[in-house]
Design a protein around this ligand. Structure first.
Ligand SMILES: Nc1ncnc2c1ncn2[C@@H]1O[C@H](COP(=O)(O)OP(=O)(O)OP(=O)(O)O)[C@@H](O)[C@H]1O
Ligand SMILES: O=C(O)[C@H](O)CO
Ligand SMILES: [Mg+2]
Length: 459
């Protein structure tokens, strides 16, 4: 069968618009651009986008940790230039060389993630010694993003970093979510959970955060080194009990938690602590901020636009069915918006991997949507991970339309079979539809864009 009969003009147009919008969501989350769009220097004042003004009277020290922190540091050097007195950031060790080349005022150290190591402690010690002893007239610019929890650490007294890394991995494998995981990590640290703000006090702190946490809880992003910690030792112990890990706790960790419960070890700094009186925590890139930018662009392109949520969760293949149903409803009744329509959603779905295939949650969501959208004209759906790596694969995600199913059959590929085997990567490798961005250097979770065209989108 000719390819032309396996697609329509409207579907092609919808695919193009869907991918264009998804890439806009990634672009606005670019770490350097996000910093440059959020802060500017006016005389001897740092002015934040929300109008906050911070006088730069003494030294300006830049610190931070995270997978996007290198890009953020490039941005802050562009904004502040030689107003920066110095500083040090921790990035994944394979990025140290490329990031160092772009910086002239800020030093770069390499550490490990998603599991912390001795290198993470060296990074944590470097950062803390850089901010300790600063004066009231000095200013710390803190740059934190996803991966920051692992990339910089200062373990609580006696806690062994290898044992801490082991416990973190056990909690991740047991299914703990990031809020639970970081509640535990904050209570075994003297860096996380607001401790860095304590070390920097009485200097002013401007913390710029790129959120990879669904729901954007600031105290959870990189475990909130500059953010007052609302969680307690009781919360941390409750997490460990929930995942039945208390019997296998190493002695050093058990002791700290028991001392904490008895009030013999300091709680993480809480809201109201004077150390936060001159701390300004700001999210400069997030799933919500990207969805808003995508919606603005869609409206400018003439689409009736709705943002469903930035809190998407659930099994990817099931979420896809709900999203496909919304796309069909737009065509059927014009609800929640009439064509030409753009429907946006973001967050982080999950995949229960039972098959032997290769893929990621975004590719799996797209494949399931291709099945649900079989035969539906004028519609496209794209799902991508904003960091450019969907699961253990080299693509960001995939785009599908109402003809993807037929195109697969024409190539002898049965979509349901690939879905059952969690083999979405190989489905799109054969049928087409991969969205490749390369590693984007940012992470604001995943985006789904649905486009529903009117009869003739070229009009
Ligand atoms: N064959 C597969 N098909 C679908 N999803 C898969 C497959 N293999 C792994 N996954 C999913 O990919 C997830 C890991 O995704 P990924 O590698 O993008 O990390 P992440 O969750 O985005 O974390 P990071 O913050 O490091 O990017 C796993 O939790 C798993 O659910
Ligand atoms: O490093 C972390 O804690 C996670 O990426 C959440 O920000
Ligand atoms: Mg990822």
């Amino acid at each position: 069968m000719k390819h032309r009969s396996l697609v329509s003009e409207a579907s092609e147009h919808a695919r193009m618009v869907a991918v264009t919008l998804a890439l806009e969501g990634v672009a606005v989350a670019d770490p350097a651009k996000a910093v440059e769009n959020y802060v500017r220097l006016e005389g001897d004042e740092l002015v934040l986008r929300d109008g906050t003004r911070v006088g730069l009277r003494g030294r300006v020290i830049v610190v931070g940790a995270g997978k996007a922190t290198g890009g953020m540091a490039v941005g802050i050097e562009k904004v502040l230039g030689d107003r920066i007195s110095g500083g040090v950031i921790s990035v994944p060790e394979d990025l140290v060389e490329s990031v160092s080349k772009q910086l002239s005022r800020i030093q770069v150290v390499g550490a490990t993630h998603p599991r912390a190591s001795r290198k993470s402690v060296e990074a944590g010690e470097r950062i803390v010694s850089t901010v300790r002893g600063l004066r009231e007239e000095d200013t710390v610019i803190a740059l934190f993003s996803g991966g920051g929890s692992a990339l910089a650490e200062l373990p609580a007294e006696g806690v062994d970093i290898e044992e801490l890394g082991e416990l973190s991995v056990k909690l991740m494998k047991a299914g703990a979510d990031i809020v639970e995981l970081n509640t535990v990590r904050k209570h075994l640290s003297r860096f996380k959970g607001g401790w860095l703000a304590k070390h920097a006090y009485p200097a002013a702190v401007v913390a710029l955060l790129i959120s990879d946490v669904v729901g954007d809880r600031m105290d959870t992003i990189a475990s909130g080194p500059t953010v007052p910690d609302p969680t307690t030792y009781q919360d941390a112990v409750a997490v460990i009990r929930k995942y039945r890990l208390e019997d296998s706790l190493p002695q050093s960790i058990r002791r700290i938690l028991e001392d904490g419960l008895k009030g013999l070890a300091p709680e993480t700094p809480k809201p109201g602590d004077p150390a936060f009186s001159r701390v300004h925590n700001r999210i400069i890139a997030s799933n919500t901020l990207s969805l808003n930018a995508m919606a603005e662009k869609a409206k400018a392109m003439g689409y009736n636009t709705v943002i469903l949520t930035s809190l998407l969760e659930g099994e990817a293949r099931e979420v896809a069915k709900v999203l496909a149903a919304i796309a069909k409803e737009v065509l059927k009744t014009g609800n929640p918006v009439s064509p030409p329509a753009v429907i946006l959603a973001g967050g982080e779905t999950t995949v229960t991997v039972k098959g032997k295939g290769l893929g990621g949650r975004n590719q799996e969501l797209a494949l399931s949507a291709a099945i649900a959208l079989k035969g539906v004209d004028r519609v496209a759906l794209v799902s991508i991970g904003s960091d450019g790596r969907d699961g253990p694969t080299d693509v960001a995600g995939a785009v599908v339309d109402g003809y993807t199913y037929q195109r697969a059959l024409a190539k002898g590929v049965r979509p349901e079979e690939y879905l059952e085997n969690n083999d979405s990567y190989n489905f799109f490798r054969v049928v087409g539809g991969h969205v490749k961005t390369g590693y984007t250097g940012t992470n604001v979770n995943d985006f789904v864009v649905i486009v529903v065209e009117k009869e003739n989108p070229w009009e």
